[in-house]
Write a protein that binds this ligand. Structure first.
Ligand code: ADP
Length: 471
């Protein structure tokens, strides 16, 4: 099968979160299974671009409303990521350092999608499936079916995967001219609540829609930032496929970011050595259980609850544990977490920013990983932490609910709680400390987690079965 993934992120080319990890791994596993998988993404100005060799495969031109633009498609020459990687260069729009966060993101991702569809419409053959990811690429199924210039692509089966349904990319009808000449009788497919809503258009037009866990699929029907009735109506074509993790990148026995490697047999000493490195760097106490948080400091992750939950834990449970936070996001939360260093010195520390290397050391050196998320479509952090023998402390939502069983339940290995509320988080931390102090149980839980299989093989197979059902 020939599968084309269109995405805004792909690790290690450009990553802002889990979407990047998924696109760096899934295509590789599809190639291993004997298929052709190609990834097409914007050509941001990241290190990966400058450190690799590229060949130009296509040059074209198109327009975004009244703005004409040239685009160039380049291909990484050696397939070093394990699949074919194509970048789309559009000067003035995609040539930026960051993936998102610019005032003209609508223009950037619309022009990217137009260039991709225009390029594919010039191919001499049609791929077997076009797989688009999140709202930045979700207009493509509509464009393939209802833009006059691309109608020959309408027979290509399309799949939309929703990695995060909170962001939908809405823009006003005054920008409808951005879409290349289209059948205006089909305006209803673009419309949601008075705007053009790319994610809604993708759900309506893609042949199949998937989310990254089954529980998140169920949740979208009751909580999806306004699209609830749409998910209810389209439930027949929607399924949940749990993400996997790239076990080549995320392996404590050979992780290239770690100085001290370990496996399930050497987990106790291995984690201790990594914890020592962490505690020395951040002035923490190696003898106390270490709880960490890694992620975007935003409401979805309930990062706003962390300052009080940490403060309450240290106050009410006593200074029996340490905390270390890595993340960036909401400036107010960043500020609160930073200020806390002054009052909880020795028990708490924070690194504001994005740091891939530190994140690996934290998965390896921590005892517990906190994920109090309000929304978690799949969540990769808990799977990484389990592979590194770090006990996840998670709210029962989305993919967290599907992957973590409480240690109090038969066969369980994590700490789970019900509400994204300070009291629930503090109680879960308390239960974590109790588990840590029960050394025998703690060792058993670590070994159980490290033996779990979250590799991509199972999920990659589920995607292939889905593609095949579309033929
Ligand atoms: P989301 O995509 O919602 O941000 P996921 O759990 O799916 O959340 O994926 C998050 C990924 O981003 C993980 O690989 C995590 O380790 C990484 N990550 C998030 N924030 C940071 C940070 N500040 N520094 C390093 N890695 C981070």
């Amino acid at each position: 099968m020939e599968i084309i993934h269109v995405t805004a992120e792909c690790y290690p080319v450009a990553k802002a979160g889990g979407l990047g990890d998924v696109l760096g791994a899934l295509p590789k596993y599809q190639v291993d299974m004997g298929h052709v998988a190609r990834v097409v993404m914007p050509m941001y100005r990241t290190k990966f671009l400058y450190n690799n060799q590229w060949e130009v495969v296509h040059k074209g031109a198109s327009n975004l409303g009244s703005r004409w633009f040239d685009y160039t498609i380049i291909r990484e020459e050696t397939n070093k990521l394990g699949f074919e990687l194509y970048l789309v260069d559009i000067n003035g729009l995609l040539d930026r350092e960051k993936v998102y966060g610019y005032n003209d993101d609508t223009e950037r991702f619309m022009s990217f999608q137009i260039a991709v569809v225009d390029w594919i419409s010039k191919w001499e053959h049609l791929p077997d499936v076009l797989h688009v990811h999140d709202h930045h690429t979700a207009m493509i199924p509509f464009m393939m079916q209802h833009c006059f210039a691309f109608r020959e692509l309408s027979g290509i089966p399309s799949v939309l995967t929703i990695h995060n349904g909170q962001y939908q990319g809405q823009f006003g009808w005054d920008k409808s001219t951005y879409i290349p000449a289209w059948d205006t009788w089909k305006a209803g497919l673009l419309e949601w609540n008075g705007s053009i809503n790319p994610l809604a258009a993708g759900v309506k037009c893609a042949w199949k829609v998937t989310t990254v866990s089954q529980s998140y699929m169920d949740e979208l029907r009751v909580m999806s930032n306004g699209l609830e009735p749409l998910f209810e109506y389209e439930r027949g074509k929607c399924t949940g496929i749990l993400n996997g993790i790239d076990v080549d990148v995320w392996d404590p026995a050979k992780d290239s970011y770690l100085h001290n490697h370990y496996s399930v047999d050497s987990v106790t000493e291995g984690k201790l050595t990594n914890k020592k490195e962490l505690c020395e760097t951040f002035q923490l106490d190696i003898d106390k259980p270490l709880f960490v948080f890694i992620g975007r400091l935003v409401g979805e992750k309930a990062a706003d609850l962390l300052p009080q939950a940490i403060g309450d834990s240290l106050y009410y449970i006593g200074r029996k544990m340490n905390f270390l936070i890595l993340g960036s996001g909401d400036p107010q939360v960043e500020g609160q977490l930073d200020v806390m260093k002054n009052i909880s010195w020795g028990d708490y520390n924070v690194y504001i920013g994005y740091n891939e290397q530190l994140s690996h050391l934290m998965y390896a050196g921590a005892d517990f990983l906190l994920m109090p998320s309000r929304v978690e479509p799949c969540g990769l952090n808990q799977m990484y932490s389990m592979r590194y023998g770090t006990v996840p402390v998670v709210r029962k939502t989305g993919g967290l609910k599907d992957t973590v069983i409480d240690y109090g339940d038969p066969g369980g290995y994590g700490v789970t709680f019900n509400h994204a509320a300070v009291g629930d988080i503090t109680e879960a931390i308390y239960r974590g400390v109790q588990l840590y102090n029960n050394r025998e149980k703690f060792r058993e839980v670590r070994k159980t987690m490290m033996g779990l299989d979250f590799s991509w093989v199972r999920s990659a197979k589920e995607y292939l079965d889905l593609y095949k059902s579309l033929k």
